[in-house]
Design a protein around this ligand. Structure first.
Ligand SMILES: *Cc1c(COP(=O)(O)O)cnc(C)c1O
Length: 356
């Protein structure tokens, strides 16, 4: 039976990425060696890193003055590196979920943190709006897509201080106006590559302004100056990331991705609204994520939760159990998720409705 992979992360990747990675594990770039056993300083791998960096810039249409780095440590290392490199006295954070809270926790090691708004009071089921950003903060940090709660900021905000965004789970899902951001960062394992690598897009002029000394590995400048090769990079995940970037370009780029993602998400949200058994957990329609679709059973049908999970699993649906802090279900429909799989899930929801 065909499996439909709705896992939140690590998650579905394009078949193109998986096949090419499998091939390179056996024979990398005609070297007769595995990509896992060649030097990262060999010309074949340097070409991979250079091409991945260049394509990253091309697809996101990154203006000059910005640098792209690939680092180990996932998204979480940046929770610490961002304040280490940017926070002099005070930083502003928008608290929209678990990952935002973790970023806030790290920033507090380095200075004052102003929480400009929080949706914690309602279990993060909405994105706070109309908050005030302190003009004297060094930056405002946001999480554009809240992977666990299924809310998303799909507009590039206008703020008067540098904007820093965790885009772990919606990078490459839509075109982004990079010029509105100081740093964009994330882990790769939601929309780009296997886990083990993270990325950061950094506006260079923001660096070098804090007074504290920064340990070499945690200094963005180290990695910019060494082209993500200061130490041994996560070679295999970077190779896979390049495959996904090539695939994205071939599909028509981020405009096309956004179109597909909106179409898939709209189909699924429409079914959640129509189906008597289910409801969305996100309070306002405009906050609904097009990457992670969270839903629960309607009150009267609460008892059917386990049965639906088992029923959908028997039909090949994988990874739709909701995060423990929300419950219910979460269908992650990242870039690589074909529309056909979303339709298969909708069929299962309709079949289950008929049974009850
Ligand atoms: C998964 C996730 C993280 C954590 O990523 P790691 O690579 O495990 O550190 C951070 N932020 C968001 C939005 C995520 O979805």
């Amino acid at each position: 039976m065909k499996k439909h992979n709705f896992s939140a992360g690590p998650s579905i990747l394009p078949e193109f990425t998986i096949k090419n990675t499998a091939e390179a594990v056996l024979n990398f770039a005609g070297t007769g060696l595995s990509v896992m056993e060649v030097s990262h300083r060999d010309k074949e791998f340097i070409a991979v890193m250079d091409q991945a960096t260049a394509l990253f810039k091309e697809l996101l249409d990154i203006p000059s003055g910005y640098q792209v780095v690939f680092l180990g440590g996932g998204a979480s290392i940046h929770f610490c590196m961002i304040p280490y490199n940017l926070l002099n006295k005070k930083a502003a954070y928008l608290n929209t979920g678990t990952w935002a809270s973790k970023a806030i926790k790290e920033a507090k090691f380095f200075g004052d943190v102003v929480e400009v708004a929080s949706s914690k009071d309602e279990n993060y089921c909405y994105i706070p709006k109309n908050f005030e950003v302190p003009a004297d903060a060094d930056y405002l940090h946001i999480t554009t897509n809240n992977t666990i709660f299924g809310t998303e900021i799909r507009k590039d905000l206008d703020v008067n201080i540098p904007l820093v965004a965790d885009m772990s789970s919606d990078i490459f899902s839509r075109p982004v106006d990079v010029s509105k951001y100081g740093i964009i960062y994330g882990g790769a394992q939601k929309n780009l590559a296997p886990s083990g690598v993270g990325f950061a897009v950094i506006k260079e002029e923001l660096l070098g302004k804090v007074d504290r000394p920064i340990p070499t590995m945690l200094n963005y400048k180290t990695h910019i100056d060494n082209g993500s090769m200061f130490n041994t990079p996560p070679v295999l995940p970077v190779f896979s990331a390049l495959q996904t970037l090539l695939w994205l370009k071939e599909q028509g780029g981020l405009g096309e991705m956004e179109k597909r993602n909106i179409r898939k998400a709209t189909m699924l949200y429409n079914e959640i609204e129509r189906n008597k058994l289910f409801k969305s957990t996100v309070k306002h329609e405009e906050d609904r994520s097009i990457m992670n679709v969270c839903f629960v059973m309607n009150e009267e049908y609460k008892d059917l939760e386990t049965e639906f999970r088992e029923f959908s699993a028997s039909r090949g649906m994988v990874g739709i159990k909701g995060h423990r802090s929300v419950g219910g279900f979460r269908a992650s429909i990242y870039n690589a998720m074909p529309e056909e799989s979303v339709k298969a899930l909708i069929d299962v929801m309709q079949e289950f409705e008929k049974k009850h």
